[in-house]
Write a protein that binds this ligand. Structure first.
Ligand code: GLA
Length: 453
């Protein structure tokens, strides 16, 4: 049942005539959206409040003793409170870096191809203050313990402290770019990004850390360098052979735009997002136990395919050339190469369709990308496939695909505003019936890239 139908039924139960009930329900929907906007609360909180007022009113009681919802403290307020509670002072520098959606271009980045992503309006916040004692103290809202290291200590952390490898990897990367790392400091990270949703919290923490370290040492390299520092930390310290997508989008994101990356430069640019398209993320919370190993295996298979085809990277092979030469490759490598070469062509077609404002074609390309992941790159899962199939069967959904590395994680859908909470809930219900657990649903907006705030 849609939200409107449920509300109509409720209004009828409260004594309204059928046609009046439908009008009341529509007004409630409109008012909840307005109220949420005016008060800075979620629409769900606004609706709960309005319904309570309505029910009490109908029962002849005064609504005065119902407390209106208040907005949650902003991320900045949260950071300041937590920083003070942990370190007894305020941060001298605050930075923020967004998470990202991989829009299209799956595993194309480390093959030298093109890729598109969008920075979202959620991310990671870092607060930092230099200290006199030369210790580097790291704290995260998700871990109770403060990790204390001496300024010279840049060794990989394990166990509960493993998260420190992201800022530590950035500290280790700075000299590689001719930049100084700060000595002693107190560091706190908080986040409003769901973890494990394929929204790249790791790149966000790398970029927010890099900007904080650079700001506190008064060094201001170009945005490209900041992005490359993040990638260096991930590749050489954390140890994942990923490409530039995550750091590039977190660094170059812009509200209402997609980031386009030509990974061979790398060159970064933005493409406006046509009006009328919204992003939905369905996070399955599933993650293949061997996900890092599988990512590295795909990386290896692509490099092997390129080597056998006599090129440095798969981007150098055109679709036509691959058709002629695929026979030279073992079956697995041929499938991986077909995915990458086809996906790069899809990215180019997507840019053209976006520029023409043709969202229908963009959606078809997104879904085609997922099919290619499913059959050729083999980085999808039954959970992700189920969500894509369910989503694209609903009017209003332009297209859907896995977002990020795959092997679990999340599906992204691009939909028009017709697709709303009740449609999303229906999908989630179907998923729960089949897999026994509920996916998280996130309706997300595009946002700006990493910055000192
Ligand atoms: C992960 C990596 C990216 C990219 C995607 C797949 O998110 O970090 O560099 O390779 O997977 O496209």
């Amino acid at each position: 049942m849609s939200e409107l139908e449920q509300l109509t039924e409720l209004c009828a139960k409260l004594g309204a005539e059928r046609s009046a009930a439908a009008t009341m329900a529509a007004q409630l929907q409109k008012r909840a959206t307005q109220f949420a906007h005016e008060r800075g609360v979620t629409r769900e909180e606004a609706m709960r409040y309005l319904l309570e007022v309505l029910v009490k009113g109908r029962q002849g009681e005064s609504p005065d003793n119902i407390t209106a919802p208040r907005p949650a403290p902003s991320m900045r307020e949260k950071l300041l409170t937590r920083f003070n509670a942990t370190f007894g002072c305020s941060p001298a520098v605050i930075t923020r870096a967004p998470g990202r959606i991989e829009f299209i271009g799956n595993h194309t980045d480390y093959n030298g191809g093109t890729v598109m992503g969008a920075a979202i309006d959620r991310g990671v916040w870092v607060g930092l203050t230099p200290n006199e004692n030369g210790e580097r103290r790291f704290c995260s809202e998700q871990h109770a313990d403060v990790v204390t290291l001496s300024a010279g200590e840049v060794t990989q952390q394990t166990g509960a402290a493993a998260w420190v490898n992201y800022p530590l990897g950035v500290l280790a990367a700075l000299p590689e770019f001719g930049l100084r790392a700060p000595a002693g400091f107190d560091f706190l990270v908080i986040s409003d990004l769901p973890t494990g949703a394929g929204l790249s919290s790791s790149a966000a923490i790398e970029l927010a850390s890099a900007l904080a370290f650079l700001e506190t040492t008064d060094q201001h390299p170009s945005r490209e360098i900041v992005v490359k520092i993040g990638l260096h930390a991930e590749n050489d310290f954390v140890g994942l052979p990923c490409g530039i997508l995550d750091q590039g989008v977190s660094g170059f994101g812009q509200e209402d735009h997609l980031v386009f990356i030509d990974c061979r430069g790398p060159k970064f640019s933005t493409v406006p997002m046509p009006a009328g398209a919204e992003f939905w993320i369905f996070n399955t919370h599933t993650r293949h136990a061997l996900v890092d190993g599988l990512y590295a295996a795909r990386h290896r298979e692509c490099m092997e395919a390129a080597r056998m085809l006599g090129v440095k990277q798969l981007v150098e092979i055109s679709p036509a050339q691959l058709e002629t030469d695929a026979g030279k490759l073992p079956l697995v490598e041929a499938r991986r190469a077909r995915h990458i070469v086809g996906e790069i062509a899809r990215v180019d077609a997507t840019v053209a369709a976006l520029q023409a404002g043709n969202l229908k074609t963009v959606g078809e390309l997104l879904t085609a990308s997922h099919r290619s992941s499913q059959t050729l790159f083999e980085n999808s899962t039954p959970e992700l496939d189920f969500l894509v199939d369910a989503l694209i069967s609903i009017p209003g959904v332009y297209g859907a695909r896995l977002t990020g590395g795959g092997f679990g994680g999340a599906v992204m859908a691009m939909a028009d505003p017709q697709f709303g909470e009740s449609e999303a809930t229906t999908i989630a219900k179907g998923y729960t019936e089949k897999f026994g657990s509920a996916p998280d649903i996130l309706r997300t907006q595009t946002g700006d890239g990493a910055a000192v705030v």
